[in-house]
Design a protein around this ligand. Structure first.
Ligand code: SF4
Ligand code: SF4
Length: 411
């Protein structure tokens, strides 16, 4: 297995030399992760588990430079995310700048801090869209999963968003605990007037990977939830578009992750690190350039980090000679690393991967537990907070002794 503890050991393949600037399309999406700070403590948070190692934040002026450079590159869709972006009191200034530059802007928020005054200011600044997250349709589970008492506040915020006439996406991350509530979650979204409902089955990165044994559903739970979603889709039609994607652990081909590494997505972390996907920081051996030191154009077209997995030259077997490689691009590099220890391997979700059994074992372990038998008592979930982040950052292999690596992980 490749030694990933050394930065120079991910093979520098032909991808770098093949990836000439004129062959690379400009970015379409810019995700501005304004801060890793967040008042919530979600057990499935996609932020890096060691986010406390990256607490520096770009200034307002530095973010404005990022927006200008990204727009000049061609980016058109902009998400303000975090952490909780409302913790930045310059959010309205950044939205105003983005609007002037011609971005379509989306605020991705937990809703905490979204007062009427801020909604007025964001409206005046030209914000186009708001994505509001809920953890569940019940107060009990919503508040448990975020380790806060925020359910009632979120409901009030949803009403205020609609009163301010913003288009609203309601987002709910799905897993073992709330999949049986899918009908109630849809009812809640309809009652709130959401135009879109994103039922986002958990992707097992960051904190969700740490809590995977507790969160992983059964295949039956997913099938039942999907049947409910399809029934509602017929009933609601265009009134509310419902998105539901089966988690890839239950598939035999991987997702076309980010539509390709360095293809359309450009993420900027709170400290200015430029990322080809928001979990790329979990990959060892890649130096992510910082917008405070390198122009964005150079980062996108010329940096090793953005070129490393472009094209096909980096692929190993079985992807290298696979006739499906143009469809899925070998899947997700972060998932390949998390499950096999080598980001250049085939995503082990693929049943052509020699490591596919690792995924099968995780699904089998979930099936062997009755859905009504949560693991929380046997092995508590780790909430996303600063103390746990420091423990995970300092623990060998990122897993503290009382929260060991679950079966199916890399060895
Ligand atoms: S997933 Fe939860 S904890 Fe993580 S940034 Fe979003 S609201 Fe905050
Ligand atoms: S072997 Fe690689 S390219 Fe082929 S289907 Fe599997 S992941 Fe995709």
């Amino acid at each position: 297995m490749t030694d990933l503890s050394r930065p120079d050991t991910i093979p520098r393949t032909a991808a770098l030399s093949e990836a000439k600037p004129e062959a690379i399309a400009p970015p379409l999406w810019l995700l501005a992760e304004l801060t890793y700070r967040c008042p919530l403590h979600c057990v499935f948070c996609y932020n890096p588990t060691n986010y406390t190692d990256h607490s520096r934040e770009l200034s307002t002026a530095q973010w404005i430079d990022v927006l200008r450079e990204a727009r000049a590159l061609g980016a058109a869709q902009l998400g303000f995310s975090g952490g909780e972006p409302l913790l930045r009191d310059d959010l309205e200034v950044l939205v105003g700048e983005a609007r002037q530059l011609g971005f379509y802007t989306n605020l991705i928020t937990s809703g905490i801090g979204l007062t009427d005054a801020r909604l007025d200011a964001l409206k005046a600044a030209g914000l186009d869209h708001i994505q509001l997250s809920f953890q569940d349709s019940t107060q009990e589970l919503n508040d448990f999963l975020s380790s806060t008492r925020t359910f009632d506040l979120k409901k009030r915020v949803a009403a205020s968003i609609k009163a301010h006439d913003f288009p609203m996406v309601l987002n709910c991350v799905l897993h073992r605990f709330n999949l049986p509530h899918v009908d109630k979650i849809i009812d809640m979204a309809l009652a709130m007037g959401a135009e879109y409902l994103e039922l986002a089955n958990t992707q097992y990165y960051g904190w969700a990977h740490t809590n995977r044994a507790q969160l992983m559903p059964t295949a039956e739970q997913l099938q039942e939830a999907e049947a409910v979603v399809n029934r509602y889709r017929k009933e609601t039609g265009e009134r509310c578009k419902i998105f539901f994607v089966v988690p890839d652990y239950f598939e035999t081909r991987p997702k076309r992750c980010m539509n390709g590494w360095g293809a359309v997505f450009l993420g900027i972390a709170p400290d200015g690190a430029a990322l080809p996907c928001h979990t790329a920081r979990s990959l060892p051996g890649l130096m992510f350039p910082n917008v405070t030191e390198t122009p964005l154009r150079e980062i996108w077209y010329e940096s090793d980090a953005f070129n490393r997995f472009r094209g096909f030259g980096w692929m190993k077997e079985p992807c290298r000679s696979c006739d499906e490689k143009e469809r899925d691009l070998g899947g997700c590099r972060c998932q390949a690393y998390l499950l096999t220890g080598d980001p250049a391997n085939a995503d082990p979700v693929c049943d052509k991967s020699p490591e596919h059994e690792r995924v099968v074992q995780v699904v089998r372990a979930a099936a062997n537990r009755a859905p009504e038998q949560p693991l929380v008592k046997e092995q508590p979930v780790l909430f996303r907070n600063d103390a746990n982040s420091r423990r995970l950052a300092s623990a060998p292999d990122g897993h503290p002794p009382d929260h060991p690596v679950s079966r199916g992980d890399r060895t």
